[in-house]
Design a protein around this ligand. Structure first.
Ligand code: GLU
Length: 446
């Protein structure tokens, strides 16, 4: 395989799909050497088959807003790869959603799910529906209209969606209600991230953020450091940022910044339970702004138009959106003394930002390893649903711990460099790739 040739071919087939092409290039560049050492992969054209989704469903979603106006959005489900298990991955509702974004997310999901140790293929879906400023009733009607189309293409053993940006417990509830009505099927496991009284797993809401901090703990321990007393700047204030803030605080770190599309909140005294709970209230308000945090808590200050990366911190955790941390941000963080960056959002850093961190020799880990605790706990939710039981919080947390430790170990195994450092990007990509590639190889040309 020659990365540039594969990329040239993909660019010709999918012009302008920048996020998708970025995600594929990043993976191919890190697996090239290993791939070329396996002629059987080349012979079976594994890469050419793996970079294209198995199939994409696209559908119109029409619904009526509170003013009685008819609204039309586009819905998608990208079923990327099912070599190691049923399709699995979240739904994103955001105004910028398009096929390129969902293909990048589905591609990443395939490797991430492989890293979790659980049998799950990769998928992603969503809509260009913008939840900002929508009432609960509008969100319900949209979710119902979305499921009216999606339901035929998903199922407990075929494809199990969950949440992502703009889709949390409330949306999963509306989606599940409509699915059951349409399918007349009452198995609890067709979606994950459900409410605790109807099949949800304890700790699923916290899992992405908790898992990320467990990963960071291992990463720091490997480097002879700990979280105790360290300052953390994180972006976003939604479900993922909330879980990360909660666990970071529990583990003795100080979360000194959160952010939103409107600006950054500097929070020099760190988080309290009240502040952490308020993050959830902010998200549920559907206003998509973080400024009210600094109105409610007077020890915090809000700066409009600034990112979390302008705050001096030891550890930076992107928790919001792809490419939210660019080269200029990376340089600002380094100038301020940041020595660890872990992507909690999917592809949170641009390739230039990653190169800047790697060239500076600081600790850096990619989203597909760091944030895999979310989908892993979805996998645990599926298991509980199939067994018709509920595990305790302790049981789920122990399993999540074990999974994050295994992912860290896999990154170390495949990312060990001759100079003794660990390239976590390479490690995660190679570990995920080897599992999916082997599974594809053994199942023939399909
Ligand atoms: N959207 C999350 C992710 O990016 C979770 C997916 C899931 O639980 O299926 O991994």
């Amino acid at each position: 395989m020659n990365v540039n040739n594969v990329m040239a071919d993909l660019e010709r087939k999918h012009p302008g799909e920048s996020e998708y092409l970025q995600a594929v290039r990043e993976v191919l560049e890190s697996i090239e050497e290993v791939y070329n050492a396996h002629p059987e992969f080349e012979k079976a054209k594994i890469v050419e088959r793996m970079v294209e989704p198995d199939r994409i469903f696209t559908f119109r979603v029409t619904w009526v807003d509170d003013a009685g106006e008819i609204q039309t959005n586009i819905g998608y489900r990208v079923q990327f790869n099912s070599a190691i298990g049923p399709y699995k991955g979240g739904l994103r509702f955001h105004k910028a959603v398009n096929p390129s974004m969902l293909k990048f997310l589905g591609f990443e999901q395939t490797f991430k799910n492989a890293l979790t140790t659980l049998p799950m293929g990769g998928a992603k879906g969503g809509s260009d529906f913008d939840p900002t400023g929508k009432s609960d009733a509008e969100i319900m009607r949209f979710c119902q209209a979305f499921m009216l189309e999606l339901w035929r293409n998903i199922g407990v053993d075929t494809d199990v969606p969950a949440g992502d940006v703009g889709v949390g417990g409330r949306e999963i509830g509306f989606l599940n209600g409509m699915y059951q009505k349409l399918a007349r099927e009452y198995h609890t496991g067709v979606l994950t991230g459900k409410g605790m009284t109807w099949g949800g797993s304890i700790l699923r809401p916290e899992a992405t953020g908790f898992g990320a901090l467990y990963f960071v703990e291992h990463m720091l321990a490997k480097a002879g450091k700990s979280l105790e007393g360290k300052t953390i700047a994180l972006s976003g204030f939604g479900n993922v940022a909330w879980g990360a803030a909660k666990k970071a605080t529990e583990l003795g770190a100080k979360v000194i910044a959160i952010s939103g599309p409107d600006g950054v909140v500097y929070n020099p005294n760190g988080m309290t339970d009240e502040k952490i709970n308020y993050m959830l209230e902010l998200r549920a308000s559907n206003r998509n702004i973080v400024a009210p945090f600094a109105e409610k808590f007077t020890d915090a200050t809000f700066t409009p138009g600034k990112k979390a990366w302008s705050v001096k911190c030891d550890i930076a955790l992107p928790c919001a959106f792809q490419n939210e941390l660019n080269e200029a941000d990376a340089k600002e963080l380094l100038a301020n003394g940041t020595w660890c960056v872990a992507e909690v959002s999917n592809m949170g850093c641009t390739p230039e930002a990653i190169h800047t961190f790697q060239a500076a020799g600081i600790l850096f880990a990619p989203g597909k390893a760091v944030n895999a605790g979310g989908v892993a706990t979805s996998g645990l939710e599926m298991t509980q649903n199939c067994m018709h039981i509920s595990w305790s919080g302790k049981e789920v947390d122990e399993k999540l711990h074990f999974i994050m430790e295994s992912i860290h170990e896999a990154c170390v195994r495949f990312g060990q460099q001759p100079d003794g450092t660990i390239n976590y990007v390479k490690g995660a990509n190679i570990a995920g790739f080897m599992k999916v590639a082997q599974a594809m190889l053994e199942q023939g040309i399909i």
